[in-house]
Design a protein around this ligand. Structure first.
Ligand SMILES: [Fe+2]
Length: 392
């Protein structure tokens, strides 16, 4: 190993287990709280899915107030409203219960408990922030975004019509509280999109050009193995408890993996496809992943071979990078399409490939691409993927 250097972010406390939502109250005892804020969305509140959680907190003698205004893409105004509500209610902890955007709202609004509003000020990554001392507990009801363990959050700026990523130690949850039973009701299509997103995070963190590290290698390969064995089962039989449990587990490992070595070109292109055509995130990044990883085999063959091993692909030890890339690309493409995701030519118009490539070039994820990129390379990778998926 020559000049091998890396950093590992602080990892939050994690509690995992089916049914543990009923023990949340006792898990909160050590924080000595009298009133907490539960952040969720209207659908989850009305569905009754959070009832056990509220009951458990109240049984522990802790008062609960609920902010149910989370939206699919948290506009900065809602972040401000949530923080205002928390201040007025004088809460002592933030508990996010929901999908990735709900958890991101809990993370981003907590920033405003110890820093001046509005949240837009912190879109400038160089602006210093003070960490809030209020405990942050994150309870996912989906498995895929990994927001429950990551140091990042997305906020939408409605004035400039742009999405912004916040990141830092102050976004690390105090406790990631993961009960796979909460994901049982996820519709099959959402299971597919979030599961493919989780696969992308794992494959891209393993091949990331930023902060390559052995913890990411370990966790990403294990996440890929789990997803490869369980995602299709979770999609076709949502009530399969073991598959749901394994997908929640994969989501934790994947989140810690990519929190340290971020995703790259499939996310850059996927963000561009999403921005141009409003395609769901998991589908947009998954559609282009096969060609992105195939090309990575020319630069990081040992990492792409790890993906092959995690997917139990049979390969000769002497396989050249090109052959390795083709085989792994084919296997990822098959998984993506078998999950019921749409082929890429149904997500984009071929005439839009140049504009999508241009938007992708400006995406921050491009800093983590493990190979030299250019407008022409991105354009060629998209065109190639369109042809391969059309022939599938
Ligand atoms: Fe993603």
């Amino acid at each position: 190993m020559e000049n091998f250097m890396f950093n590992i972010n602080q990892i939050s406390s994690i509690s995992f287990g089916s049914g543990i939502r009923n023990q949340l109250g006792s898990a909160l005892a050590k924080y000595n709280l009298s009133k907490v804020l539960v952040i969720t969305d209207e659908f989850l509140k009305n569905s009754g899915l959070i009832d056990d959680i509220i009951k458990s907190i109240e049984l522990a003698g802790i008062n609960v107030c609920i902010f149910e205004g989370a939206k699919p893409e948290n506009p900065s105004t809602i972040v401000g409203n949530c923080a205002e509500f928390a201040k007025n209610e004088r809460v002592e902890a933030f508990i996010g219960v929901g999908g990735g955007s709900v958890l991101d709202l809990a993370k981003s609004s907590r920033i405003l408990m110890s820093n001046p509003a509005p949240i837009n000020l912190y879109f400038d990554i160089n602006r210093p922030r003070v960490s809030s001392h209020l405990p942050l507990i994150l309870i996912p009801t989906t498995s895929g975004t990994s927001s429950e363990v990551s140091h990042g959050a997305m906020v939408f700026d409605p004035i400039n019509n742009s999405k912004h990523g916040l990141s830092g130690e102050d976004l690390a949850p105090t406790l990631s509280y993961i009960d796979p039973e909460l994901t049982a009701g996820m519709p099959s299509q959402i299971t597919a999109y979030t599961g493919i997103d989780c696969f992308c995070h794992s494959a891209e963190s393993l091949t990331s050009g930023f902060n390559e590290n052995p913890l990411t290698d370990l966790l990403a390969t294990e996440a890929l193995r789990i997803i490869n064995n369980n995602l299709l089962i979770a999609i076709t039989d949502g009530s399969n408890h073991n598959a749901r449990e394994m997908m929640s587990l994969a989501c934790i490992w994947s989140g810690i993996a990519f929190d340290n070595a971020p995703p790259h070109l499939a996310h850059a292109i996927g963000h561009a496809i999403g921005a141009k055509n409003h395609v769901p995130h998991g589908e947009a990044v998954g559609a282009i992943l096969p060609s992105v990883i195939s090309w990575a085999a020319n630069y990081k063959p040992e990492k792409v071979r790890m993906i092959a091993d995690s997917m139990s692909l049979q390969l000769n030890d002497s396989a050249l990078p090109n052959e390795l890339g083709i085989k792994v690309g084919n296997a990822i493409r098959k998984l993506y399409l078998d999950c019921g995701c749409r082929p890429i030519h149904q997500l984009i118009n071929e005439n839009d490939i140049p504009i999508i490539s241009k938007i992708a070039m400006d995406d921050l994820a491009c800093y983590c691409v493990p190979y030299p990129i250019s407008f022409d390379l991105i354009k060629d990778l998209i065109k190639k993927e369109v042809t391969l998926q059309a022939d599938y």
